[in-house]
Design a protein around this ligand. Structure first.
Ligand SMILES: [Zn+2]
Length: 273
């Protein structure tokens, strides 16, 4: 599943290719991808809209058009490919945008979990899905007191709370494991028992880990090849995630793996309390 840094990589790559291009037309081959409005209205309203820029909010890609925001969530397997009309349409290409330079931007999704919304710009942030999202990691509103307030009645493990997109957007499973390791906090700790000092660590490492991942992702754009699609996946240097049984980078005790709320969690029982 692409995490925030991969989505940011996709955003940057798409922006280079799409800025000031106009969508002449669109065809929808699997209608469930279009969450809102109806497919008919989607197809009519998007016609002749220019793409001004690509934004991102959490893991939502946002195509800024003349009157609308086109929101796209890749979920598990969504990817964008650039093709021409000579290229045969694969059964996994569900939405095709016909651009004014003759190219086709094709949304490819083997699992079909991805979703798109076409919403008027003025209200897009006030209605779902964007209105349900928490703060971006780099928002100045993300402070210790914000987290303290959100976490004060939560007795679920801190690992689970970090994944709650209504509080902070964009922390996926891999990054939650890494952030807690760097902050020396057990993923099993009750959320309301995390101290202010530790919340400060969580905020700092959230920003550091995600920024490093984005910087690395940015470096993969240079080797990006259109035929391989734009999914932005890359491997970050990881301390604990996926390293069950390997020595902890700090104390060398073996890293433990445990499922917390169904998500694989990797941590050091010695360094994380
Ligand atoms: Zn350790």
């Amino acid at each position: 599943m692409p995490e925030l840094p991969e989505v940011e990589t996709v955003r940057r790559s798409l922006e280079k290719q799409l800025k000031n291009r106009t969508i002449l037309n669109v065809s929808v081959h699997y209608s469930n991808i279009i969450a809102e409005p109806s497919v008919e209205i989607f197809k009519t309203d998007i016609k002749n809209q220019m793409i001004h820029q690509m934004k991102r909010y959490g893991k939502w890609l946002i195509f800024e058009l003349d009157q609308y925001f086109l929101l796209s969530h890749l979920r598990m397997e969504g990817k964008y490919f650039f093709r021409t009309k000579e290229d045969p349409i694969s059964k996994h290409e569900h939405v095709i945008f016909y651009l004014d330079d003759g190219r086709e931007l094709r949304y490819h999704d083997t699992r079909k979990f991805g979703r798109m919304y076409l919403l008027p710009k003025e209200t897009a942030y006030q209605v779902p899905p964007l209105s349900q999202l928490g703060l971006e990691p780099w928002s100045e509103l993300l402070t210790v007191s914000y987290l303290k307030e959100k976490y004060k009645h939560k007795t679920i493990p801190i690992k689970t709370s970090l994944l709650d997109q209504s509080i902070i957007v964009g922390i996926g499973n891999i990054y939650a494991n890494e952030i807690l390791f760097l902050s020396h906090i057990s993923p099993l700790r009750k959320t309301n028992r995390v101290t202010k000092k530790e919340l400060e660590s969580i905020i700092n490492y959230t920003r550091k880990v995600l920024k490093e991942a984005i910087d690395l992702g940015g470096s993969t754009i240079r080797s990006y090849h259109p035929s391989e699609g734009v999914d932005g996946m890359f491997q970050q240097r990881l301390f604990v995630h996926g390293k069950e049984g390997e020595p902890c980078p700090i104390c060398e005790k073996p890293i433990r793996k445990k499922f917390i709320n169904g998500r694989s969690s990797y941590y050091c029982t010695n360094c994380q309390k």
